[in-house]
Design a protein around this ligand. Structure first.
Ligand SMILES: Nc1ncnc2c1ncn2[C@@H]1O[C@H](COP(=O)(O)OP(=O)(O)OP(=O)(O)O)[C@@H](O)[C@H]1O
Length: 318
């Protein structure tokens, strides 16, 4: 096991940022730390990196107790959202930096930088200055720089956070492919559940300084441990007091079973291929329903209509 964090606690004054956190991060995998803002993700990453120390608990990296080691002795590479680049140095020199301060032979540095720039698809920009790159290209340069010294662990704190949606998506796909090529144990912080579900092998859900659940994207989505995890990983609504995903609510024009809940459509909204309904039940619940446009059309659903709702068989509920 690559990174083992045991019983970490960290407070800032009265505020508890990490509350007895224990996590094992497997070697060679891409792990997401996912959770709402202020939940403690960055604090955990900084403690793993050695940039911050915990009040109690321990961190071990590849079997070595790293709790008291300074960052430079942990063999970790990191990339943050607002990455500090050397503005006056070319892309190639930025990537070479870590190798040069370690006094590696010049020929080796040249070869390694060439390989890394190829890996991040920036070979043709080797001689540019960072200011002449796009935001996405700059983050790829940052990743190449972090990978240059062959870290055991790569730590990324919202590496794509400041970029626009389209570039984020491209970099996400790219990070996944890069990881499939180099297999370095990678931990990245995100508050974007789609990013975590799409990219990660394993997700650690963190909220209010505690680990809510650890598992694969499928496990978390299909078997959330609690309300928080279920709501954080996608849209939810309540039907008969049960938490369910809006696309798992079935709509009929007449009651199918005795447990069906009667209600009136109070709102319909079309978003692309999808139709979102709000149904006000006789019990006073406002239920959100999502269905394809085709299904909505075949039922002829309109505002004011009476419908019967049920939870689709096999649906995830909490
Ligand atoms: N140096 C500090 N002094 C006081 N409080 C801090 C300090 N650093 C972090 N905190 C607090 O600890 C909590 C956890 O912060 P952290 O940055 O780990 O959260 P996060 O989950 O990464 O959130 P975000 O996604 O917004 O970065 C926050 O409430 C924050 O205000």
């Amino acid at each position: 096991m690559s990174i083992t964090v045991s019983n970490l606690t960290k407070s800032y004054g009265d505020f508890v940022a990490l509350d007895d956190v224990s996590v094992t991060i497997p070697t060679g995998q891409l792990t997401a730390l996912l959770g709402p803002s202020g939940g403690g993700k960055s604090t955990l990453l900084r403690v793993i990196a050695g940039l911050d120390s915990a009040d109690t608990g321990s961190v071990s990296i590849e079997g070595v107790d790293a709790t008291k080691l300074p960052p430079q002795k942990r063999n970790v590479g990191f990339v943050f959202q607002h990455y500090a680049v050397f503005k006056h140095m070319t892309v190639a020199r930025n990537v070479a930096f870590g190798l040069e301060i370690r006094h590696r032979p010049r020929a080796e540095v040249k070869q390694r930088v060439g390989e890394l720039l190829e890996l991040v698809h920036l070979s043709q920009f080797a001689d540019r200055l960072p200011s002449q790159l796009s935001g996405g290209q700059r983050q790829r340069m940052a990743l190449a720089r972090a990978l240059a010294v062959e870290p055991t662990v790569l730590l990324l704190d919202e590496p794509f956070g400041a970029l626009d949606a389209k570039v984020r998506k491209e970099l996400r796909d790219w990070l996944r492919r890069l990881h499939d090529e180099v297999h370095v144990t990678t931990v990245f912080v995100t508050h974007d559940q789609e990013e975590a579900l799409e990219v990660a092998d394993e997700i650690v859900v963190i909220n209010s300084g505690r680990v809510e659940q650890i598992g694969s994207p499928d496990a978390l989505y299909d078997a959330p441990a609690n309300d928080f995890v279920m709501s954080f990983l996608g849209a939810v609504t309540r039907l008969g007091g049960v938490l369910v995903r809006p696309h798992d609510v079935a709509v009929s024009l007449s009651p199918v079973s005795a447990t069906d809940v009667e209600g009136t459509i109070s709102r319909t909204l079309r978003v692309g291929f999808e139709v979102r309904l709000t149904v006000l039940t006789d019990a006073g619940e406002e239920v959100s329903v999502e269905m394809t446009r085709t299904s909505a059309r075949s039922l002829g659903l309109e505002v004011g209509q009476t419908v019967w709702l049920s939870i689709a068989p096999g649906a995830t509920t909490v």
